[in-house]
Design a protein. Structure first.
Length: 253
């Protein structure tokens, strides 16, 4: 029998008094029709997870008795995806799959060629929607650490306040692009270890403009090739995260 998973905000996480409220309680009571005595799993998005027993049910609250707590350590490499917002629901897909692939942070980018232009009054609403998609994806895949989803920014805004990374990459169609393996091997040869933090930028339909690509390069981003076939932007994002996860998240040989 499947054990259902529920999210508790980290600021509300108290091991001695765990409870579901609002949407999670509604899902527990009205959707899966859980009953007192049933066991569920709860997590706080920061690596802490608990097996708990439902001890009480109210209208909008589910009280829990903690049975066992475990802590999941962070993955060896913190991967940030800076993704130009694609049209339709493809950003939802990217965020869902990014969560499943263990990305640490997702930064939606509004580039010049982004088909969907996010107005300032829409940004907060979209960001909250994307954060909810992260939670739902984590509940489904067993992830106990939630990636951060930043509000949408332009490339100029992003690089004006960019974090420091061991290595920064940009998916590129240009002839000077290197392979992922080459870029990562060079880092290891120079530093004697794998990178512990990586940034990867993925452009929109039609790719970044030459000015945006030049801005990324001036900020230290290395162009990397995704192979001979031109990929859709959502496919490119999943490809990049899959390669980086394979190369950087497993045990070192």
């Amino acid at each position: 029998m499947q054990t259902h998973r529920f999210f508790i905000q980290p600021e509300s996480w108290s091991p001695d008094r765990l409870e579901l409220d609002q949407d999670e309680a509604h899902h527990c009571i009205d959707v899966i029709r859980a009953t007192v005595g049933q066991r569920i799993v709860v997590f706080n998005g920061r690596g802490t997870e608990a097996v708990a027993e439902i001890s009480g049910i109210a209208k909008s609250r589910v009280q829990l008795k903690t049975l066992q707590i475990s802590q999941t350590p962070p993955l060896p490499c913190a991967i940030t995806l800076a993704q130009a917002i694609p049209k339709g629901k493809n950003m939802d897909l990217i965020i869902q799959k990014g969560t499943e692939l263990g990305v640490s942070k997702i930064v939606p980018i509004i580039s010049e060629r982004t088909v969907v232009q996010v107005e300032p009054d829409e940004a907060k609403k979209k960001t909250e929607k994307w954060r909810q998609i992260v939670i739902e994806a984590a509940k489904q895949c067993g992830q106990s650490r939630l990636p951060e989803v930043s509000p949408p920014v332009t490339p100029k805004q992003f690089f004006a306040d960019v974090d420091r990374y061991d290595i920064a990459l940009i998916a590129s169609l240009q002839s000077d692009a290197r392979t992922f393996k080459s870029a990562l091997s060079d880092f290891r040869e120079q530093n004697g270890r794998r990178p512990k933090s990586v940034l990867v930028l993925v452009g929109p339909e039609g790719d970044f403009t030459p000015a945006e690509a030049a801005l990324a390069k001036s900020a230290g981003c290395l162009p990397v090739s995704l192979g001979p076939i031109v990929l859709r932007t959502e496919t490119a994002a999943i490809y990049c995260l899959s390669v980086l996860s394979y190369e950087l998240q497993g045990e070192e040989m």
